[in-house]
Ligand binder design. Sequence first.
Ligand code: SF4
Length: 398
Amino acid sequence: MQVVYIDQDLCTGCERCKEVCPADAISGEYGKPQAIDANKCVFCGQCIQICNAFVSNHAKDNLCIKKKKKERNMLSSVKEPLFAAYNIGHAPLVKEKLRDKSLFKMVQCAPSVRVSIGEDFGLAYGTVTPGKMAAALRRLGFDRVYDTNFGADMTIIEEVSELIKRMSEGATLPMFTSCCPAWVKYVEYFYPALIPHLSTCKSPHQMQGALMKTYGAKIDNVDPGCVYTVSVMPCTAKKFECQRPEMEDSGYRDVDAVLTTRELAYLIKEAGIDFKALPEENFDAPLGDYTGAGAIFGAAGGVMEAALRTGYEFITRNTIPKVDIEEVRIGTGVKRQNIKIGDREFRVVIVAGLKNARPLLEQVKEGKADFDFMEVMACPAGCISGGGQPKVVITTDN
Ligand code: SF4
């Protein structure tokens, strides 16, 4: 399933997408339309964020704009320019499902979305709006508004238990995180022999989706077959991940559709909801409750910090004396750290930006890895810089 495309009519061949593509999946001559190799693309959407070749929505050729919106599966009311690099949308499909009275609609939101969606409504960069987002989702018609942070908390308990088990039993190490679907795809495409190093855990939104379809359905006393689940993500790769055939082992598809942060903003605008004026509302309980560990997954190093906090409690059976583990925080690039917990030493590596992972993977391939656990997030600063986040539009066209 392909998720990210380059429109051959709009691409000017500036090659900026080629420069940022971490999988070397984009090719073409300078000045000519670029092409994506579907067998290499990991769907991170960094090409979408960098692309500045566009056609304005006010362009004269209205018919062509309409056709392109249809091809891209976008809402027809979206006013933003159409860029050459784009992802397939799901907003029209979700809108249709929200109208379907036979369905019980549940939504979950990733931590990075609440930090950025305000930008699309003129709020200052970094304005955190979880309450307004929850209110907007209810007004759009969702019956339950849950939080991916709950799933992130579960992921960390599962992942750290797996790491401790692997270390105790001498199983395959180093272990790699599996939260980022672009990273998982990268290992599958380019280093298939290293697949056993990936944690067996699903990503947080897939775990949460499975719970919403099963436990969530039970709480509300509805037939799981009538539950429709949507994830709002900063990520384009998660559109691919939710369609993976294995993501339905409860008997129901974990997540039926993924909306990016941009798509949610379009839906809110189209519905005429005044985002800034919305009251602050809470997420629904119990699948909207979470700890601080779940909340830090959005930034690179967050998964590692959460894992070490939980690992401390699992190993020592004591509450961690200092919850912040600054040693594993990272902006971009690679960071190595040795952390002592009880009588064990955890040699960890945190990688932000997929391009930085290759030398470490080569090390693992050659049997020379000197670390036990590696977190990799494909996007340059983790999910906060994901391919589905609000896009800075530089345009003089109107
Ligand atoms: Fe998606 Fe986050 Fe991975 Fe980027 S870093 S591809 S946003 S999961």
